[in-house]
Design a protein around this ligand. Sequence first.
Ligand SMILES: Cc1cc2nc3c(=O)[nH]c(=O)nc-3n(C[C@H](O)[C@H](O)[C@H](O)COP(=O)(O)O)c2cc1C
Length: 178
Amino acid sequence: MELDKILENRRSIRKFAAGSRLTKEMISEFIAAALDAPSWKNTETARYHVVMSPEKIASVRNCFNAWNVNNTENVQALVVTAFEKNLSGYEKDGTPSNELGNGWGIYDAGLQNSIFLLKAAEAGIDSLVMGIRDAEAIRAILGIPESQEILSVIALGEKDSAAERPARKKVEDIVKFY
Ligand SMILES: Cc1cc2nc3c(=O)[nH]c(=O)nc-3n(C[C@H](O)[C@H](O)[C@H](O)COP(=O)(O)O)c2cc1C
């Protein structure tokens, strides 16, 4: 599929169909592609905690607000994204290289996560990125170490109904050429 088509196909889905072709192997392929993203000094600090068992999916959904509980009915996987702190954007002696500190870890994870979402879309797998979640409750359920900062939870599955493309800014609204 051409990149433009994949970009058009990727939409935040909030109504998933029961059942999906999604497999552990497919998710591993999305992550393998995401690993091609650039990262600060190639530190590759992004991490993925992939929840596929129905019992564990139910536990993680308990860490959402009512809106996201509703959005994630029938999802086939919940991918908790995280990054190892104090490496990306940091010197070897542990001091931040500049004012953004762990902001660079978030930046790197975002770059990786974008590829992950696009590879999923290419494979016909729909997604929803969720930032509204109780990170510490998820940490406790999955035993995610304190060295990792928890970012989003990405729901994966196949859509029950299509979503409209929300309006976007125009290029001239966000760019300044020098
Ligand atoms: C960091 C981040 C956090 C988000 N959190 C939520 C969320 O908690 N719940 C939700 O339904 N959508 C969430 N979204 C999805 C956005 O609302 C969505 O990407 C945006 O409206 C644009 O729609 P599109 O993805 O279909 O292009 C989030 C997206 C991002 C990138």
